[in-house]
Design a protein around this ligand. Structure first.
Ligand SMILES: Cc1cc2nc3c(=O)[nH]c(=O)nc-3n(C[C@H](O)[C@H](O)[C@H](O)COP(=O)(O)OP(=O)(O)OC[C@H]3O[C@@H](n4cnc5c(N)ncnc54)[C@H](O)[C@@H]3O)c2cc1C
Length: 591
């Protein structure tokens, strides 16, 4: 019998695992996908090798790449971008770590208080969340982003919008700023040279500006895993969880099993209350099934897989909210073409942002070539000049919105991707019950019936649509202000990079799956700790910091409720994940 089983080693699961391991609990972390223990031997910088959704090393699928990827049904034009493996989708992520806007929490009384998703606020105050934000920010650590030429271009445009520069971690109003991100600042020779021979650790530390964030961070060369620049959880929380005995007094390292697909959460009635008792997991390689019991089970499989696992486990869904309210920031994508180089694909992927509560935000996103092509084609408005659906016809962009092709594409690409600047529109997206995960009627895979992700794309709330249009206009104005000679709006189809709230935490029993402690309302001793537990779309800020802060709070609740422990976040100081004791122990473990 384990103390705690955590399902999923992505953005959220390792946080709970690390925090409870530090308190001496016996934690088993089960991850469906692979563990890339030696990334420099396993990864490349080729985009297709990494990102191909069917065969890439970052696909959702088992370690053995000769086996098929795991299929999900999307009945609409869309792309669900979630990864399996230790680090989960954070292996791809850009490490941007803004805090959620205060307006999405209970008790907010700013002048714009009625402008947010008011029916789906977090069931506690922003002030209560701040120590958890600070804890994660110190642990990762979160730093002001290293910047370059493309950020200079972004800021030149932002200045023309008449907004102030934000200087606080909390977003107090419309403003722009460097990102706060979870990528270590360059040190030594890093950022000063592109000569690979001079970019070895410890001569170089932190981000080397290689530009390959998407293919997984494995630099600087020769660095211990916990010193890799990008703080995806495989480089931050997981190394800490595996070494908890050396940096935490009384700490106990977790057991991590990979290629371990949890197919069922078990629950039984105890004293009349349905209570989680353990899980069954399946070994991807042998097909063997294993049963493990635990005092507490934590679901951290992400927004798509948690509902699937719930349904496949036959757990009750009394208010029907499991899988509902799948928010996705209803992104859009604008491309500006410039006469001169913007440095678009170089360095840290995205180091500048603009926040506009309550509408959402903007950030520059530099992409390598194949992903630039992909991002420019995933349109829900048809093909510019050929056909369209009437959306985005006019605006401060060179209309209409849609996929660019033919002579125009040639013109756009004439200067190469170096002369583009691409801006991501991040929308504050209302929780909508009809955007959801259900089980597909397509054939089951080896792990059971597969998930179906449905978006009623053209039926978003009026507020969500208004927010997106507002931010798309701001993006176009920013690009023009920065000097773009032409601005294209793509009108993205749902591209699920940020996804939240499919097992949402809420104050009301009517529209939430987990209670304000993070425990599911229907099954005792079963907790949710990842993006799916987020109450809403946060106002637009990228979700991982808030998700990890909430997971830290949930870990405290688990410890206090079921293990008789005291909360620690307000009384202790966090250990930074780059701690040399972690590096030394990883070396002893051959990691
Ligand atoms: C290109 C890209 C860029 C991004 N950039 C940013 C950014 O800059 N800032 C930011 O905040 N966010 C960013 N994100 C989003 C970020 O990656 C997610 O917020 C984060 O990974 C969510 O964590 P999660 O734990 O909810 O899910 P995931 O990270 O997807 O982890 C879930 C894990 O659970 C495992 N799992 C699922 N089901 C089971 C099962 N049944 N048994 C065992 N294991 C299971 C999966 O294999 C996976 O490893 C980005 C995402 C993408 C794709």
């Amino acid at each position: 019998m384990r103390d705690v089983i955590v399902i999923g080693a992505g953005g959220g699961g390792p946080v709970v695992a690390k925090e409870l391991a530090a308190k001496g609990l016996d934690v088993l972390l089960l991850e469906a996908g692979p563990r890339h223990a030696k990334p420099r031997d396993e990864w490349t910088t080729f985009e297709d090798d990494a990102n191909n959704p069917l065969t890439g090393y970052f696909r959702p699928g088992p370690s053995d790449r000769s086996k098929p990827a795991w299929f999900r049904e999307w009945p609409q034009n869309s792309f669900v971008w979630q990864l399996s493996g230790v680090g989960g989708t954070t292996q791809h992520f850009y490490g941007n770590y803004p805090r959620a806007y205060p307006g999405v929490f209970q008790g907010y009384d700013g002048a714009d208080r009625n402008e947010y998703d008011v029916n789906h606020r977090f069931p506690f105050t922003y002030a209560e969340m701040v120590p958890y934000f600070e804890w994660v920010e110190a642990t990762m650590p979160v730093m002001t982003a290293a910047m370059g030429h493309k950020e200079q271009t972004f800021f030149r445009g932002a200045e023309t919008l008449g907004l102030p520069v934000q200087t606080t971690k909390t977003t107090l109003g419309p403003s722009y700023r460097p990102q706060e991100n979870a990528i270590l600042q360059p040190g030594g020779t890093a950022g000063k040279t592109s000569d690979k021979n001079l970019l070895n650790y410890p001569q170089a530390t932190g981000c080397t500006f290689c530009g390959y964030c998407f293919q997984g961070c494995m630099r600087p060369n020769g660095a211990p895993r916990n010193q890799f620049a990008k703080r995806s959880t495989d480089n931050s929380y997981v190394p800490m969880a595996l070494t908890a005995n050396v940096w935490a007094r009384g700490g106990r390292p977790i057991e991590l099993i990979t290629d371990a697909y949890v197919t069922r959460v078990h629950a039984e009635r105890r004293h009349g209350v349905l209570t989680a008792t353990g899980v069954t997991w399946r070994d991807n390689n042998s097909g063997a099934e294993h049963r493990e019991d635990a005092r507490v089970v934590v679901m951290s499989g992400g927004c798509t897989e948690n509902p699937r696992l719930w349904f496949n486990s036959g757990l009750p869904n009394p208010n029907g909210w499991v899988g509902r309210g799948y928010t996705d920031h209803f992104f859009d994508w604008l491309i500006g073409s410039f006469d001169d180089s913007t440095g678009n694909p170089k360095g840290v992927g995205s180091s500048a942002r603009l926040d506009f509560p309550p509408y959402g935000g903007l950030e520059n996103v530099g992409l390598p070539p194949a992903l630039s092509a992909f991002a420019g084609t995933l349109s829900d408005s048809g093909i510019r000049g050929q056909y369209g659906n009437g959306r985005g016809k006019t605006g401060p962009w060179d209309g209409p919105a849609g996929r660019v092709m033919g002579p125009e594409l040639k013109e756009l690409m004439a200067g190469g991707i170096d002369k583009l600047m691409t801006v991501l529109v991040i929308t504050d997206d209302d929780v909508e019950p009809d955007n959801r995960v259900t089980l597909s009627a397509l054939p089951a895979d080896e792990n059971g019936p597969i998930p179906k992700v449905t978006f009623k794309h053209r039926q978003r709330t009026a507020r969500t649509v208004r927010n997106r249009e507002f931010m798309a206009r701001k993006a176009a104005e920013l690009l023009r202000g920065a000097g773009a000679k032409k601005v294209y709006r793509i009108d993205w189809a749902p591209l699920i990079l940020h996804v939240q709230s499919s097992m949402r935490m809420g104050a009301s029993e009517q529209n939430s799956v987990v209670n304000p402690r993070g425990e599911t309302r229907a099954v005792k001793r079963l907790f949710v700790a990842d993006n799916s537990a987020l109450s809403n779309a946060l106002g637009g800020p990228n979700p991982t910091l808030t998700s990890q802060a909430l997971a830290t709070r949930t870990a405290e609740k688990i410890f206090a409720t079921y293990f008789g422990g005291d909360p620690w976040v307000r009384s202790e100081s966090p250990v930074v994940s780059t701690d040399p004791r972690v590096s030394v122990r990883l070396g002893q473990l051959g990691l």
